[in-house]
Design a protein around this ligand. Structure first.
Ligand SMILES: Nc1nc2c(ncn2[C@@H]2O[C@H](COP(=O)(O)OP(=O)(O)OP(=O)(O)O)[C@@H](O)[C@H]2O)c(=O)[nH]1
Ligand SMILES: [Mg+2]
Length: 457
């Protein structure tokens, strides 16, 4: 574990707080902290996994920096696998910067983005999918996104992939044995069994890939645009879904001029809700710009909620929007269900086959059902599945590549080509799966992955 230098960084957010934590990792972590730490015990003699109360004192000047708690974790039983010290000081940015500067003067180097987790990976404490889950965990915006990240961090995905990898290796090994020792007594390979085994693995990878769209939604969230004519209750619905009076609501058509956006949690899915200006022909320049921005937002949105006012007659803009929603993921929201309806759902059915939900944004009725429909549409019931989820585009790409190799292997078998060629394909499949877990990696890949972390992770 002595191959790296000693790094340190602030691991809590910068700013005022109850506490701020600085972490040191590397062979000199304990000796650097021990230069400053004065408590009942010399940190150099401290047992691993203990926490000590004391003061940080600058040895050259005798200046007390702060009263702190200092946790000692000795190699290899630490997050990074190296000697790790975690100093909890008071959460003052100036003070924390002073402590950090002292450590830097004593031979530590400021950690790069994601460097603690990178070391954890390089020292075999985490596989690559677990390391990526750390960043995902920190950024998770809803409880479901958290659950998936925690599962991934616990190694659920990595474990599943290792199983698939071993299966391919088990298929590969007799094939390679047949190639390497053709003269020897190697059991005859049944092409039929080989096909069946490869098909089995293909099925498993396909199952996993099915989770990719939901997984990505949980990790990155989706945008949902609320669209409709003026005054149909878009902003009222926006507020109801946010559970706060965020947008201005008035009886005057054209109230919302520019679009507003806020993150919300809809049944565990992070949704960026966008309230737009009502679509209509207008001479007002400001409103014209608002309308054209609404259209832009509509085109870009992952999901569109078309709001209709059922107490008014349907108009051309309503129909236009319903047609547009038909082409993408959309829900027709019939608002003002507390008022007498002027058109029937049947009328809408004639031009729109998607989901229709009746609500009263004013009375907060039907909102729960709408949320359920949104979640159903986005996740298609895959959120509580027991199979691990794919959340990273990188993992998806690797799995697809691996699937490509396995399909090639089947084709090679089909054409009765020599088994060496099947072996090449199977090897390719093993290696691409290994790129997800980090059994196979290049410096460039690792640098790219960890550069997306922030400092302190
Ligand atoms: N009765 C009833 N009135 C509603 C309902 N939802 C909204 N309204 C009223 O309809 C009017 C317009 O509501 P907004 O939410 O501002 O409508 P909007 O679609 O955002 O309007 P613009 O921003 O002008 O495009 C307000 O007076 C609301 O109180 C509802 O469910 N029932
Ligand atoms: Mg509005």
């Amino acid at each position: 574990m002595e191959k790296f230098d000693t790094i340190c960084a602030l691991v809590t957010p910068s700013g005022e707080g109850g506490l701020g934590m600085i972490r040191l990792s590397g062979k000199d972590a304990i000796s650097v902290a021990a230069r400053y730490f004065k408590g009942k015990l010399d940190l150099l003699k401290a047992k691993s996994h203990r926490i000590f109360y004391g003061r940080l004192i600058v040895p050259e000047t005798g200046e007390t920096l702060d009263e702190v708690m200092c946790a000692v974790m000795r190699s290899p039983h630490s997050y990074t696998g190296e000697n790790v010290i975690e100093v909890s000081a008071h959460g003052n940015p100036l003070l924390l910067s002073k402590i950090l500067q002292s450590f830097l003067r004593s031979g530590c180097r400021l950690a790069e983005k994601g460097e603690f987790t990178k070391r954890a990976f390089l020292n075999g404490k985490l596989d690559l999918s677990q390391a990526e889950a750390v960043a995902q965990l920190v950024k998770a915006k809803t409880s479901s996104a958290l659950t998936v990240a925690v599962q991934q961090l616990e190694g659920k995905l990595g474990g599943f992939l290792k199983e698939i990898r071993s299966k391919i290796l088990a298929i590969l090994s007799p094939v390679e044995a047949g190639i390497d020792f053709p003269e020897e007594e190697v059991p005859e390979i049944s092409v039929q069994d080989l096909r069946a085994d490869i098909l089995g693995v293909i099925g498993q990878i396909q199952e996993l890939l099915k989770t990719a769209s939901s997984g990505k939604i949980l990790k990155d969230g989706v945008s949902a645009v609320i669209a409709g004519k003026p005054n149909v209750g878009k902003s009222s619905l926006f507020n109801a879904l946010l559970r706060e009076q965020r947008a201005i609501v008035t009886h005057i058509p054209g109230t919302t001029r520019d679009f507003l956006e806020e993150w919300t949690d809809i049944k565990g899915i992070p949704v960026r809700l966008i309230d737009t200006a009502g679509l209509r022909n207008t001479r007002n320049v400001v409103e014209q710009i608002g309308v054209s921005r609404s259209k832009e937002a509509l085109a870009k949105g992952d999901l569109v909620l078309v709001v209709l006012d059922q107490s008014r007659q349907l108009e051309s803009y309503d129909l236009e929007l319903l047609t547009l929603a038909q082409g993408k993921q959309g829900i027709a929201v019939l608002n003002k269900s507390d008022l007498r309806g002027l058109f029937s759902i049947r009328k809408i059915r004639e031009i729109y086959q998607g989901e229709i939900v009746c609500v009263s944004a004013l009375q907060n009725k039907g909102i729960e059902l709408l949320e359920e429909k949104i979640a159903e549409l986005l996740m298609q019931g895959r959120i509580h599945s027991d199979t691990p989820m794919i959340t990273q585009v990188r993992h998806q790409a690797c799995l697809e590549k691996s699937l490509g190799f396995l399909r090639e292997a089947l084709e090679t078998l089909q054409k009765n080509y020599p088994l060496d060629l099947v072996a090449v394909d199977l090897r390719g499949a093993v290696e691409t799966i290994g790129e997800i877990t980090g059994d196979n990696y290049t410096e460039d890949l690792i640098d790219k992955i960890f550069s997306e972390f922030c400092i302190g992770k």
